[in-house]
Design a protein around this ligand. Structure first.
Ligand code: NAD
Ligand code: ZN
Length: 331
């Protein structure tokens, strides 16, 4: 279940990492998207071929609209056409979309091929590539079909972040700041620290039954905001606003100081994230919180804070508290 995680500043050590997990003399299908392919397919192909593998590349269209069963079916067809077997490998080279689609295809094709993640967005490096979850959207429902699939190897070349568009960097920064708060590593933790934290929490609760729910900090209201705006606002942006609400509720309960909420706002703003937004119908947001997938026994689950590094799972947050916290982000 545990993955080998290698964090470097180049692809130079990818062949060594592939050799370490014995990924040689096999068929390897690199699934990537058209943007990432242009930038980084070549060094990954050379690394794979250095181990005398037979390399195939499958490109998908960039973006969330590719994260669906049709894309998975096309990958199945490609693997069948090229006679892939259970000893063979799928490498996801890209952001969370590529990782989720390729991972789901890899974990279900012939009951599971070997899987490797080479994440290229900040979000994929610290979040989606770690933790073994894959999934696709279906009939407008996010991640409703999926599997657990722990990659054999996660190879991170931090240098690829230099080409990441600003909006994608900000999207990942929201999750990085979230991890810093949860892990007590400050508001701007190193990528390595975020990865260690996610690995630790995942190892304690691989099936996502309890402990891992703390990673949902900022996500209860965050998911509601995403749905409210018809997914026109980025996930990280909505989580950023959700974190302000969660801290506002925590401060109102007297668990943390209001200065911590102000500090969070400053950090988010410094990283290109909005700290308020126009919410014409706040009641709708509290309604949407009730349909969040993390709902347990008909109670909304919130991750609140009793201090940096001290998250608590709360199931007693009232609609009044939600509505009051929304005032903290309503323009
Ligand atoms: P993404 O995969 O859509 O990538 C964002 C954009 O950046 C794309 O256009 C891509 O082509 C481009 N890009 C990627 N790397 C680049 C680079 N180095 N340089 C230039 N451009 C680059 O977005 P994302 O934010 O990485 O992933 C979002 C997805 O991750 C969502 O579908 C979400 O549900 C999923 N996710 C999954 C998990 C999980 O545990 N499986 C966790 C969090 C998020
Ligand atoms: Zn998230």
């Amino acid at each position: 279940m545990s993955s080998v995680v290698i964090i470097k500043d180049s692809f130079d050590e990818l062949p060594k990492a592939l050799a370490f997990i014995a990924a040689s003399h096999r068929k390897v299908c690199i699934v990537t998207d058209e943007n990432v392919s242009k930038l980084y397919a070549e060094p990954v192909i050379s690394s794979v071929e250095a181990l005398e593998n037979h390399t195939f590349i499958y490109e998908i269209k960039p973006g969330e609209s590719s994260k669906n069963p049709e894309t998975v079916h096309c990958i199945y067809d490609f693997l069948i056409e090229n006679r892939f077997n259970r000893d063979d490998y799928v490498i996801a080279l890209g952001g969370g979309v590529v990782g989720d689609v390729a991972g789901f295809a890899a974990s279900t094709f012939k009951r599971g091929l070997h899987f490797i993640q080479v994440p290229t967005t900040l979000l994929a490096m610290i979040d989606s590539s770690i933790g073994g979850k894959t999934g696709v959207n279906y009939h407008g429902l996010k991640n409703v079909i999926g599997s657990f699939c722990f990659p054999k190897l996660i190879y991170i070349n931090k240098n690829v972040l230099s080409s990441l568009p600003e909006v994608e960097r900000a999207n990942g920064m929201a999750e990085l700041i979230k991890t810093g708060i949860l892990s007590s590593n400050g508001f701007n933790p190193e990528i390595e620290k975020c990865i260690d934290f996610k690995k630790l929490i995942t190892a304690e609760d691989p099936d996502d039954e309890h402990k891992r729910h703390i990673l949902n900090f900022g996500h209860t209201i965050g998911h509601a905001l995403e749905e409210y705006y018809g997914y026109a606002q980025k996930h990280g942006q909505c989580v950023a606003l959700g974190m302000i609400c969660a801290l506002d509720i925590s401060a109102s309960r007297g668990w943390i100081s209001s200065e911590l909420v102000d500090e969070l706002r400053d950090v988010l703003a410094q990283n290109g994230l909005k700290t308020c937004i126009r919410i014409p119908d706040p009641l709708k947001i509290s309604e949407l919180c009730h349909s969040d997938k993390k709902i347990q026994n008909n109670r909304i689950q919130f991750i609140l804070l009793k201090g940096m590094g001290n998250p608590v799972i709360a199931e007693d947050v009232t609609d009044e508290e939600i509505l009051k916290s929304l005032e903290a982000i309503n323009e």
